[in-house]
Design a protein around this ligand. Structure first.
Ligand code: XIL
Length: 409
């Protein structure tokens, strides 16, 4: 049960109180706590997904959900360095971005190199996302002839699933695709060996419903279910010291966790290493402490560290974004002044989550936010992060997260 009095106390701590609490704990009167520092003593890294505007220091590079000025990019960069001690790429190591074309000449290393260099320069713990996924993959990968163009086979543009544009048939053989997989993993993991510490080896392979453990994709269709085992095996060959992670979403759902357990067993039975579970944790505002507590308790039975890999909290508010215009409609009075219902919901959800994280801190060792602020978030309409478009701390959510870290569970 959540102690409501304790919750209220956390919300009501003023900025000055916060500073005092921080300095009491750290014994240092001058340093303001940050997300990273508030969780350091708990052994939890606090990270952020970066897009290439930040890593390449250029507002004009092509990146999703970003329309930032140079001034804003500099501000975002300063914020990333200040608040976080871990990073992951939001897109630039995904297959279609890092190897858009076939063969050893088909790589685009520049953005990926810039991402890794950013982490090294700023002494951040670097994670790589993701070696194998069904999404953001190039069509050539699954084609017998990787150089065949779609117009040679108009029918192929329909694709076998959901009418999506797909690879040109005939498809690659199992041997062809395994060879491309091994080459890709060796090239990417090998290039950043010793620098990228953790890899999302396989992303989102679990089915969402039905009786199958795995989702049906070109990977299962061409290679079979053991594409996962093979990917872990190749990644381990390429960097035996890298932490190899399996990453998926909706692991708050017990049925999905049962599939995850079967998948982990499959990997272990094959004698191949898996070192961590990545749980994306794309939450909605109604998330409870109990659900997260149960999720971590159950995931911990796998005996692997749990990494929260893509954290954000969607606050729908009937499709409206919270603005000062609707503040008065649904405001609550707190010690800090007016707080919109949306901002309060965001804080409550983050509170439920971070209290569960601290309860399970022996297992949860990393928390990565999926984006630096609401403006660049892939769920920007849900205002899901702890910083707004001006990189201001969103209250009371930001202080709530800091306070839980400083005060302990
Ligand atoms: C998203 C990025 O945030 C977007 O910029 C991109 O257009 C699509 O992918 N699960 C994942 C992430 O594992 O890679 C996804 O990231 C969000 C869902």
């Amino acid at each position: 049960m959540i102690d409501m009095n304790k919750n209220r106390k956390i919300h009501m701590l003023s900025a000055a109180g916060l500073l005092a609490a921080g300095s009491l704990l750290t014994g240092c009167a001058s340093s303001e706590p940050t997300l990273a520092s508030a969780y350091e003593d708990h052994g939890i890294l606090i990270g952020v997904a970066l897009n290439r505007t930040i890593t390449m220091q250029d507002p004009n590079v092509e990146a999703d959900n970003t329309d930032r000025t140079m001034e804003e990019v500099l501000m975002d960069t300063a914020l990333a360095k200040k608040e976080f001690n871990q990073i992951v790429n939001e897109n630039d190591l995904k297959w279609v971005l890092v190897q858009p074309n076939p063969g050893p000449e088909g790589y685009n290393w520049e953005p990926a190199d810039a991402f890794v260099q950013f982490g090294l320069d700023n002494d951040m713990y670097i994670c790589g996302h993701t070696l194998v996924w069904h999404s953001q993959v190039p069509n050539w990968l699954f084609q017998a002839d990787p150089y065949a163009k779609p117009e040679q086979n108009a029918q192929a543009q329909q694709g076998p699933w959901g009418g999506m544009r797909g690879p040109v048939e005939p498809l690659a053989t199992r041997e062809q695709l395994l060879e491309r997989l091994r080459d890709h993993i060796h090239a990417v993991v090998g290039r950043y060996k010793g620098k990228v510490k953790v890899w999302d080896v396989v992303n989102e392979a679990l089915a969402d419903g039905g009786n199958d453990v795995l989702r049906q994709t070109y990977w299962t269709r061409i290679i079979g279910d053991d594409f996962i085992v093979k990917a872990f095996e190749y990644a381990h060959e390429a960097d035996p010291d890298a932490i190899l992670r399996y990453n998926d979403y909706s692991l708050e759902n017990p049925a999905k966790r049962e599939r995850l357990k079967k998948l982990v067993k499959m990997i272990r039975d094959a004698g191949v290493p898996i070192h961590a579970i990545g749980t994306q944790t794309h939450l909605n505002a109604d998330i409870t402490f109990e659900t997260m507590d149960e999720t971590f308790t159950d995931l911990a039975t796998l005996g692997l560290p749990i990494h929260i890999t893509e954290l954000d909290v969607n606050v729908a508010m009937g499709g409206r974004r919270s603005t000062s215009a609707n503040l008065e409609d649904n405001a609550a009075l707190t010690s800090g002044g007016l707080v919109s219902e949306a901002d309060q919901q965001l804080a409550d959800a983050y509170e439920n989550l971070f209290r569960a994280i601290l309860k399970h801190k022996e297992n949860v060792t990393m928390v990565t936010f999926w984006g630096i602020n609401d403006d660049v978030s892939w769920r920007r309409n849900g205002s899901p992060l702890l910083f707004d478009a001006q990189d201001q701390k969103k209250q009371p959510a930001y202080d709530t997260v800091i306070n839980i870290g400083l005060q302990g569970e």
